[in-house]
Design a protein around this ligand. Structure first.
Ligand SMILES: [Zn+2]
Length: 89
């Protein structure tokens, strides 16, 4: 799978009916998705709203953020510059 197709596929919230376990993933038509631990089939239950057009494509979670050394705000790791003060990351 190329990174290009991963970013253009619609992103859905998926849920396993029996256990209620959830995942967020780019979903492709005709592909069956399974929970990595239980093996249950995951079904799309909601679509994820797109973020800002020129912003980060990463989920805003601690593992994907870095602290800017100038303004000390959290910025996504996949941006070239701090989204608050513009300092290169
Ligand atoms: Zn900054």
């Amino acid at each position: 799978m190329s990174t290009e197709s991963a970013t253009t596929d619609p992103i859905y919230r998926l849920r396993a009916a029996a256990s209620g376990r959830e995942a967020i993933a780019a979903v492709r038509e005709g592909v069956v998705y399974r929970d990595a631990e239980t093996g249950e089939e995951l079904e799309p239950v909601a679509t994820v709203l797109p973020g800002p057009a020129d912003g980060s494509s990463l989920p805003r979670t601690p593992v994907n953020l870095t602290v800017c050394r100038r303004c000390e705000q959290l910025s996504p790791l996949d941006l070239a510059t701090c989204e608050f003060c513009g300092l290169p990351i």
